[in-house]
Each structure stands twice: as C-alpha cells, then as structure tokens.
Design a protein around this ligand. Structure first.
Ligand code: FAD
Length: 414
C-alpha cells in the first residue's frame, strides 16, 4: 500500500481527531460494564463508559427480569465458590447501597429437581453448600410456599428474588459515571503509557486503564481475540397472568424458569441454543418454553397460550462456565514465544505471564450475570486501584484470565 502523505486529508483528519481523556475507560454498557464503572467511580476515578448500542443494557442485560438464585450443591468447587460469593455480593448491593431504588423483588425461589444432579441432591440428606438458607422441601411444602401445586420434592431458597437487569444497570451508573452510547470501540493501542481507544464516532479516548466488558464481542478487539468464548442464544417471554398463575408467589425454576407476576406480567425463559446466531425471537422457542413449564405445572397456563412479547439475546459462555475477570495477560506475545519452542512441555514454566499493562476484563458471565457481574466489577476496581482484594482474593484468583494460559499456549504448539 502506498503511504499517504502527512498533508493528505485523511492523515490530517486522523491527527485532528478529538481526544477524550479519563482515568478508566469501560467498554460495554451491560451489567458487567456498569458494575465495573460504578465500582471505579465510587473510588473517585474519572470513568467513561462507552456502549456500542444507542442505549445501555441493550443486549444480554436487557431482559425485563432476571433471577438471582443461589447455585445449589453439596460439593465444593470453583464454580460453587465463585457463584456463592457473587450471590452474597449482589444481594448485599441490592439490599444495601441500592435498597432505596427498590429494585429487588425478594420473592424467594423454588428449584425443582429438573436434572439428574438435582434429583440426586434432593433425595439425599447431605448438607448443602449454598450461600444462603436453602431447604429441601416436600411437594406439599413447595406448593404452600409457591402458592401453586407442585408435585415433586424441591429446594426452597428464601433469599432468592428477581430484578430488572436494565434498571440495575441504570442505577449503577447513575452517579459519577460519564456514559457515551452509540460508541463502539474499534481499536486499541498502547502508547506512552496510555491506552488510545478509537471509537466509532471518530473520537479517541486516552486512558490509563481500559476495562473490557463487551461480552462475546470483546474478541473482535485484538487484545482479547484469543479468549475462548461462545455466544449461546436464549429467549425470554412475557406472559399475561391467568387466574391460576396469579397465585404464584415465588420464582419457579425447572429446565426453565418463571417469575411471579410483576407489573401485570410474568417473565419465563430461557433455553440454551448453541451454534444458533438468529437474533429474532422464534415462535418455536416460545412454544418450547411454555411446554417445559406445562410439564411441571400443567394448569398454570392453558395449552395454546401466546406470549405478550418474546425477546432473544445471547449469553457469553466460557470453557469452564466461569467469567474472565481481572488483569488481561498479553496472550498474543506469550503465544508467539511458545511457538518458538520445539516442544510443548513445561510451557507454563518457560513462557512468563506478561500482563497487558492497564488492560482488564470482566466478561463471559454466562447465565448467572446477576450473581457474578457486581462482584466482578468490584474485583476489577480493587485491582486497578491497587487495593487489597481482602475477602474477594480467593474468587479473584479463580476468575483470573491467567487460568487460560496453558490452553492458549498448548494450542499454539499443537
Ligand atoms: C435469555 C437469557 C436469560 C438470562 N437470564 C438470567 C437470569 O435470570 N439471571 C442471571 O443472573 N443472568 C441471566 N442471564 C445472563 C445475563 O443476562 C448475562 O450474564 C449478563 O447480562 C451479562 O452482562 P454483560 O454486561 O457481560 O453482557 P451484555 O449485557 O451483553 O453487555 C455487553 C455490552 O457490550 C456492548 N459492546 C459490544 N462490543 C462493544 C464495543 N466494541 N464497544 C463498546 N461496547 C460494546 C454490547 O452492545 C453490550 O451492550 C440471561 C441471559 C440470557 C441470554
């Protein structure tokens, strides 16, 4: 390509591009981005949040309601530790700092034994590891608690509830966060100790740190292209209540879920469609959600019920179903180094972990973003502010993107 001269109009336009300066730039205006921006702003940082869409919470975080349910298990695992900590963190945020916004519907939740794992768990007496009070309940107790007829043993989580993710996003960025919508980050470069992020408006944002919270779309940016993520399609429905469904007092979770009526509607979801990139809501998916619901509670909605509205969106899944949260290593240069070795043994000992200075991520929150995003925002803010991680240090280690190193390096030499 022939280089353009410095006086060429395109080159002049580049040098004249207006610059915006801030301490931290957060990319992505969903739950993850709003949580990180809010946690940084609380520490007095000058934070700019850029969202590609014309409004915040337009993608996965745009459902009418989302459930905050604990992960129910009797086995310790990284998944259990991370989501237990996240559940507690989100509950404290909603009933503490954000209590005045009255966002949280503390309905409690019934979990039906819809998988083999849950069937086994409901049948044993093993102590549960849930972060809040979860009881095994008989069918009669489940019916009494939920207000509708339940025909199997179940679990009851008294501290579960639901919230509008969109309202939560807006509540989190309400104070001290500057927001720019219709502003997609298109490229990032690090020069002279600062990140220069070009956004789709033609402006360039200069910041000391960048927090990448653009879910699966993050991988369109060079620095995150090696992160293994999958966009998994799901769908939610809004249903007008029936005389019977109005009796439902708690969340009801099965191989789907439904909320109690709120503002004249129930929300039901959600399906996991892999390798399906269709963005529009599908009538066959609405039918499937309602059929699953009828299998557990046949009389809640009559056959042939049509939803008031349906919405499709994509969760971002990771290889181990845990989000990537924390400082982002420079995987590209680590991979190049790995490729220069003859053998793939001891790669982790030979290739040094190199961070991309000032680059952080909070993405891959899967189907439990209401549990994980607020806590992840706090972890990122503590890392950027050089604060001790305290009680979150264990979880921060579990969620660190450094756990990807072996995968990425091994693939490079395979
Ligand atoms: C059908 C369905 C039902 C769900 N139900 C629940 C539930 O009940 N409970 C629960 O806890 N979780 C639920 N989830 C999961 C939850 O919605 C997600 O985990 C959460 O919303 C993820 O938030 P996020 O900010 O990471 O992603 P998103 O909300 O997708 O936000 C990412 C944002 O980044 C923006 N963006 C992309 N590229 C760029 C760029 N280059 N520059 C700037 N901005 C960019 C996007 O426009 C988007 O707004 C559900 C998910 C689905 C799909």
């Amino acid at each position: 390509m022939i280089p353009l001269g410095a006086s060429h109009p395109l080159e002049l336009a580049k040098t004249k591009m207006p610059s915006i300066c801030c301490d931290s730039l957060v990319l992505g205006g969903g739950l993850a981005g709003a949580a990180a921006a809010s946690a940084l702003a609380k520490r007095g940082a000058d934070v700019l949040l850029c969202e590609a869409c014309p409004e915040l919470a337009h993608k996965a975080s745009g459902n009418a309601y989302g459930l905050i349910m604990p992960y129910i298990t009797d086995r310790p695992s990284n998944f259990e530790r991370a989501y237990s900590a996240g559940f507690t963190f989100t509950r404290e945020l909603l009933t503490g700092d954000l209590a005045k916004s009255s966002l949280f519907h503390p309905s409690g939740g019934i979990q039906l034994p819809s998988t083999q794992r849950l069937e086994r768990l409901v049948a044993t007496q093993n102590p549960l590891l849930s972060p809040c009070t979860v009881h095994r309940v008989s069918a009669e107790e489940a019916s009494q608690l939920s207000g509708i007829e339940v025909s199997s043993k179940a679990f009851y989580a008294s501290e579960a509830g639901f919230v509008s993710p969109r309202d939560l996003v807006h509540a989190m960025v309400k104070h001290s966060v500057k927001v720019k919508t219709s502003s997609r980050a298109v490229s990032l470069q690090r020069t002279a100790g600062l990140w220069r992020t070009e956004i789709s408006t033609g402006e360039v944002v200069e910041s000391q740190s960048v927090v990448l919270c653009a879910a699966h779309e993050s991988t369109s940016l060079d620095c995150a292209q090696l992160l293994p993520v999958e966009a998994v399609r799901g769908q939610t429905l809004l249903l007008s209540p029936t005389a019977h469904s109005q009796q439902l007092k708690t969340l009801l979770c099965f191989d789907g879920y439904i909320t109690p009526e709120s503002s004249g509607l129930h929300l039901a979801g959600a399906l996991y469609r892999h390798q399906d990139h269709r963005t529009e809501a599908l009538s066959e998916d609405s039918t499937e959600i309602l059929e699953r619901l009828r299998r557990w509670t046949p009389s809640l909605f009559p056959a042939g019920t049509a939803p008031q509205a349906a919405r499709a969106c994509f969760r971002t899944s990771t290889f181990d179903r845990l989000p990537y949260v924390g400082a982002l290593p420079d995987f590209s240069s680590m991979r190049s180094e790995a490729q220069s070795y003859q053998s793939g043994t001891d790669l982790l000992a030979r290739v040094q972990m190199r961070p991309l200075p000032g680059m952080y991520v909070s993405l891959g929150h899967g189907s439990r973003g209401l549990n994980s995003c607020p806590m992840s925002g706090e972890i990122v803010a503590r890392l950027i502010s050089n604060e001790p991680l305290g009680a979150l240090s264990d979880v921060a280690q579990i969620l660190s993107p450094e756990r990807l190193a072996l995968r990425i390096l091994s693939a490079a030499v395979a």
